[in-house]
Write a protein that binds this ligand. Structure first.
Ligand code: PBG
Length: 327
């Protein structure tokens, strides 16, 4: 018996052939840029573990938001860093309409309006003196249900400031339902929720903690997921979908591609992934040493995250990658 001479290499011979059969293509509109704004700054300040990323002043945030929109990014995710003296046990600066995050949401909305999707971090860790994502019970653990009441108020404050979408990143049980209910009762029925559905308590968030000047001692293992668990992620995703999430997210991204793929198979709503600070920092460090081709690694990593099933990617390279993709 003779077989035809099957040669997969035929389709790889020229750039045009490769382009024709390319299965995954990342576009700028799928990329979301996380941005930090620090209370009281007059100039942007570098973050040493995240080269190229800064803590913005209110003024520089507006300018950078404008530039990111011009580059074509799909959204912005805002994180507020309060002055140290404005952190407290309950994270009250996060609820204050004049707190740094709420002020920044108003600034950015004024700057870019509906030209992109303005998202804000719905979590207390930047605002608490202990750095946890919720308020503490007497025994020092994070009190889930007391935290939900605060998230509810915080959600309304962010929606009032004009955020289009709230990034529920605290990993409290019931947070999506509580947030949805609070938004609906305050007549913010059209403010959407990006659920950090499967967020792992791994070691990839180190540079972020520096970026937000986190006060955290210890870890978040009592509320974020355990890295070895995949089925548990699906349970979290099911709950968030049932509670009214508009988008579900997996975080981190590159070390959890299997989770992204499984979530993608599971749901009919959009799936996002967060290429976190540690993923970014590793590539920047290697590139600074001349060990990898920086731009190629950036694009390859984004392509892999999309190939796994994420149609939205949060990445600190969003604005730059948008430009690279258009070039
Ligand atoms: C919580 C939050 C964190 C990140 C995004 N939202 C920190 C954490 O869970 O400790 C990390 C993102 C990153 O590492 O890039 N507000």
């Amino acid at each position: 018996m003779s077989f035809p001479d099957i040669r997969p290499r035929r389709l790889r011979r020229t750039p045009a052939l490769r382009r024709l059969v390319e299965e995954t293509r990342v576009s700028p509109a799928e990329l979301v840029l996380p941005m930090f704004v620090k209370e009281g700054l007059t100039e942007p300040r570098a973050i040493s573990s995240l080269p190229g990323v800064v803590q913005h002043s209110r003024e520089s945030l507006r300018k950078a938001a404008h530039e990111a929109v011009r580059a074509g990014v799909g959204g912005l995710m805002l994180y507020g860093v309060p002055a140290n003296e404005n952190k407290d046990e309950t994270g009250s600066a996060g609820l204050d309409p004049d707190g740094i995050l709420n002020v920044a949401i108003r600034d950015v909305i004024e700057e870019v309006g509906d030209a992109t999707v303005v998202m804000s971090d719905l979590c207390l860790d930047e605002f608490t003196s202990h750095g946890h994502c919720g308020v503490l019970a007497a025994d020092g653990s994070v009190d889930n249900d007391a935290t939900l009441e605060i998230y509810a108020e915080m959600a309304v404050a962010q929606a009032t400031a004009g955020a289009h979408m709230l990034g529920a990143s605290g990993m409290m049980d019931g947070q999506i339902g509580a947030t949805r209910k609070a938004l609906d009762s305050a007549n913010f029925k059209d403010t959407s929720i990006l659920a950090y559905a499967a967020k792992y308590a791994g070691a990839f968030y180190g540079p972020f903690r520096q970026a937000v000047e986190s006060s955290l001692q210890g870890d978040r293992r009592q509320y974020q997921q355990d890295p070895p668990n995949l089925r548990e992620a699906l349970r979290e995703v099911d709950l968030d979908v049932a509670e009214g999430a508009d988008i579900v997210m997996v975080k981190p991204a590159l070390p959890y591609l299997d989770v992204i793929a499984a979530v993608r198979d599971r749901v009919t709503i959009p799936v996002a992934a967060y290429q976190v600070s540690g993923e970014y920092a590793m590539v920047e460090a290697a590139a600074a040493n001349g060990w990898v081709d920086r731009e190629r690694v950036i694009l390859e990593s984004l392509t892999s995250i999309k190939r796994a099933g994420a149609q939205i990617i949060l990445t600190y390279w969003a604005a730059e990658a948008a430009q690279l993709l258009r070039a």
